[in-house]
Ligand binder design. Structure first.
Ligand code: IMP
Length: 427
């Protein structure tokens, strides 16, 4: 059962792109199972930096079939740009496959995303404005368009006629803004459909055959467990399920086929957008860590909020996802600290909590319990083995593993592939 699920253990941006790039070399198929171009994976491959939003990072390996699964929402305009950029760099995309069941971000979705955020005022979520929430809402409302619909122009036309009536009424009467033109959308999307046609197929038979043949399959998660619709800090979450459970529904793989779940955790915490983050550092200390970690978003360029490692968040997401193995990233960023704080739980109104509470107001007003660990104050960027890491650094990693409840098998000490320590190959 060589199926591995890779999930983000925190609020996204854990450095999943690099881990996927490392694992994809020995993988037959990578399936992206949820989210859309709200995600951004930075991969440094053969000295070249690539930024992916939709296409699985495995695309850099010609023998790895890269699948955009049914659980995603994809903006076909962005997808084409990403395909064109890869072609410009001489990278072949013949091994890219798109599930015909994946939903499309339509031109009105980013517009609604922005209008809704503005209407929320002080209670805004801090979305990426990519139209993710509106596209998933339409999927649930059964007024969404699937990418397979691009090959059925008559169906598109009939349905768009109905859907645009709903959308335009809201744009006109509620938001007093421009309406969308049916013909313009149809013309543009039909042309895009022709260009994407060779990539689109029903992936179910292909995925089931791969399972039968015992191929290595990696389910690539985007975002992170704390942005999960059900288990994240709702409503400050994304609109999909970036958990191990979501990876299965987003790809059509049954639970019994899963061999291992890899959780990717940053050696500290970051988050973009609003919502509670108990270990967030104040502005001055935060600026230092933000600069050290270059914590600015791949997708939006926004400065990320940063803080100490939150062991309660990590414990929660490891249990939620059934994490067997940990990939710990950006450990090198902490090298200059004399001491490091690690949160082990919270107090709220005198009561101890070992997990983030579902009530986000309680979480926001909770007091983190910190444990202080000595820093190592020396560069680890050239470390190749576990033994190369200073003792205090090893202690820090071991303590995080204890808090997470799974071994730190992969340790990343810099952006390039070579700056990776394997204590054990999880997959
Ligand atoms: P949306 O996914 O654009 O609707 O944004 C909802 C929340 O999820 C916002 O706080 C975003 O900043 C956050 N978010 C969405 N995608 C990512 C990601 O890939 N990394 C980190 N945060 C994300």
């Amino acid at each position: 059962m060589p199926v591995a699920i890779l999930v983000g253990g925190q609020w996204g941006d854990e450095g999943k792109g690099k881990v996927i790039d490392i694992l994809a070399g020995s993988t037959d198929m990578v399936i992206r199972s949820q989210g859309g171009n709200n995600a951004g994976h930075t991969v440094v491959h053969d000295g070249v930096t690539h930024k992916f939003h939709l296409i699985p990072s495995g695309i850099l390996f010609p023998n790895c079939l890269c699948v955009i699964g049914n659980g995603t929402v994809l903006d076909p305009r962005v997808l084409l740009q990403e395909i064109d950029a890869l072609h410009d760099q001489g990278i072949d995309t013949n091994h890219l496959v798109i599930s015909d069941r994946a939903h499309m971000i339509m031109p009105y979705h980013p517009v609604f995303d922005r209008l809704e955020e503005e209407a929320r005022g002080d209670d805004r979520l801090g979305t990426t404005f990519r139209g993710i929430g509106p596209a998933y809402s339409d999927k649930i409302r059964r007024i969404g368009f699937r990418i397979g619909d691009l090959t059925k122009p008559r169906f598109m036309e009939k349905k768009l006629n109905f859907v645009l009536r709903l959308k335009n009424e809201i744009l006109r009467d509620l938001y007093h803004t421009d309406e969308f033109n049916e013909k313009e959308i149809l013309d543009e999307y039909t042309a895009i459909g022709e260009r994407l046609a060779s990539y689109i197929q029903d992936i179910f038979p292909m995925v089931q055959d791969a399972l039968q043949e015992d191929q290595n399959i990696l389910l690539e998660g985007a975002q992170g467990a704390l942005l999960d619709l059900d288990f994240g800090t709702y409503p400050y979450v994304t609109s999909s399920s970036p958990t191990a459970g979501g990876a299965l529904t987003g790809s059509g793989i049954p639970p019994r086929e899963v061999d291992t779940t890899i959780g990717v955790f940053k050696a500290y915490t970051s988050r973009v957008g609003y919502g509670p983050m108990p270990t967030e550092l104040d502005e001055v200390e935060g600026d230092v860590l933000r600069e050290l970690g270059a914590e600015f978003g791949t997708t939006t360029g926004r400065a990320r909020r940063v803080g100490w490692f939150d062991g309660a968040v990590a414990r929660y997401s490891a249990m939620l996802n059934g994490v067997d193995s940990v990939a710990l990233t950006k450990l090198d960023v902490l090298s200059q600290y004399e001491t490091l704080q690690v949160c082990t739980g919270y107090f709220h109104k005198g009561e101890y909590h070992r997990f983030p509470m579902s009530n986000i107001s309680h979480l926001k007003h909770s007091e983190p319990v910190y444990e202080e660990l000595p820093g190592w104050q020396t560069s680890i960027a050239d470390a190749k083995t576990w033994e190369d890491l200073p003792e205090n650094c090893q202690r820090y990693v071991e303590r995080l593993g204890e808090l997470i409840g799974a071994p730190c098998d992969i340790i990343s000490v810099g952006p390039s592939r070579e700056q990776t320590i394997f204590r054990h190959r999880p997959y």
